[in-house]
Design a protein around this ligand. Structure first.
Ligand code: OSB
Ligand code: MG
Length: 377
């Protein structure tokens, strides 16, 4: 497509309840939404199109190095100008965004946001759904939920009970040192061993904690997600040898190359694919393909996406290699009011949108109420 303008909005959307992880407590979702306008080539000349993207970054650089104010500057100062410049020399498409931006080091979430918007715009112009573009055939995906660190065990049991009664098919408990064995034991005691259960440490442990982490083995967890630091691939491989619980990587994998390294080293037997963390949905698909070829299970992670990213995640997770339920919950898991039509959980599943592009309609009037800054790039 040829980009004519990029409207960048910074949003602050309140969460229905605080979301606490080993690295922070979120009270609101501070994200960026991009609206790209431009033209694509149609059979009878240029066709006007628009597309939407969203940035996975959080307010602060505690999950990864990106943060929303930084992503905003990155898009304004580097990414959008680079794409604009490139399109005067050669045609731009979602498939070329990655290579055009490759010389900008890092900033995967910022890159993902702009690639997403271009992809949506191109697919809308073609009248093709993102699921069809990917070759995903499932029309719904199983819905898991990520449960934040709670103030007490009784509160945790109430929260988990609530999600189970809504039909969530898999529970993920956030853990950290001091909130690990006890909450897992309590959930197993209360809800039994039939509940698919996993934990996510967000890099809060070191190899010194191997003995402690081994105690999780008796709870028959699906996996432990990112127990050690982002750059601890070798240590994850060592830890994997002393645990029977499968190790899943999240933060450590920022590209298909990282995924290949992790697989080669034996650092992961499962990968959480978060499209924003790996620079976009096209790289996410490449990681899916690579993992499938190596017998590594993958599932789709989340960054508390609005309906835009949630729609795209559902389509990605409809690919065959996504054999474990993802963190693709209903919109009301995080938001009383979403900026698109809300995703609902039905029979433990989320429907994959079938309309053109990501198949959702961002509501600009609703967005206006959550917008704290707008710029035209
Ligand atoms: O580690 O998967 C994570 C949210 C923000 C940052 C990191 C993570 C998470 C989640 C929630 O676990 C996933 C979601 O439901 O969007
Ligand atoms: Mg995680």
């Amino acid at each position: 497509m040829h980009i004519e303008s990029v409207e960048l909005r910074e949003l602050r959307i309140p969460l229905v309840s605080p979301f606490t992880t080993s690295f922070s407590t979120q009270l609101e979702r501070n994200t960026l939404v991009l609206k790209v306008s431009g033209t694509t080539d149609g059979p009878n000349g240029p066709v006007e199109t628009v597309g939407w993207g969203e940035c996975g970054s959080l307010s602060d650089p505690y999950y990864n190095s990106e943060y929303t104010a930084g992503a905003r500057a990155m898009l304004r100062e580097y990414l959008v100008p680079t794409l604009r410049k490139s399109q005067s020399d050669q045609p731009l498409s979602a498939e070329t965004v990655g290579s055009v931006l490759h010389h900008v080091v890092g900033h995967q979430m910022s890159k993902s946001a702009i690639e997403m918007a271009i992809l949506d715009a191109e697919l809308r112009a073609r009248g093709q759904s993102f699921a069809r573009y990917l070759g995903a055939t499932r029309t719904r995906v199983p819905s898991g939920v990520s449960v934040g660190i709670q103030d007490s065990i009784p509160q945790l049991l109430e929260t988990v009970g609530n999600y189970l009664s809504q039909g969530y098919v898999r529970i993920k408990l956030k853990i950290k040192p001091g909130w690990d064995i006890a909450p897992v034991a309590a959930v197993r005691k209360e809800f039994g061993y039939d509940v698919p259960l996993q934990v996510d440490a967000n890099a809060a442990y070191t190899l010194v904690d191997a003995q402690l982490l081994r105690r999780l083995d008796e709870f028959a967890l699906l996996l432990i997600e990112q127990p050690l630091a982002e750059d601890d691939l070798v240590q994850h491989a060592k830890l994997a040898q002393s645990l029977s619980t499968p190790i899943c990587l999240d933060e450590s994998v920022e590209s298909a190359k990282d995924a290949a390294d992790a697989i080669t080293l034996g650092a992961a037997s499962v990968i959480n694919i978060k499209p924003s963390r790996v620079g976009g949905y096209l790289e996410a698909k490449r990681i899916h393909d690579l993992a499938s070829a190596h017998g590594i299970a993958v599932w789709c992670g989340g960054m508390l996406e609005t309906g835009i990213g949630r729609a795209a995640n559902a389509a990605l997770a409809a690919l065959d290699g996504f054999t474990l339920p993802g963190d693709i919950s209903a919109s009301d898991r995080f938001y009383k009011e979403d900026i698109t039509e809300p995703f609902v959980i039905e029979d433990g599943h989320i429907a994959v949108p079938q309309g053109p592009g990501f198949g959702v309609t961002p509501r600009e009037d609703v967005m206006d109420r959550f917008t704290v800054g707008t710029e035209i790039l």
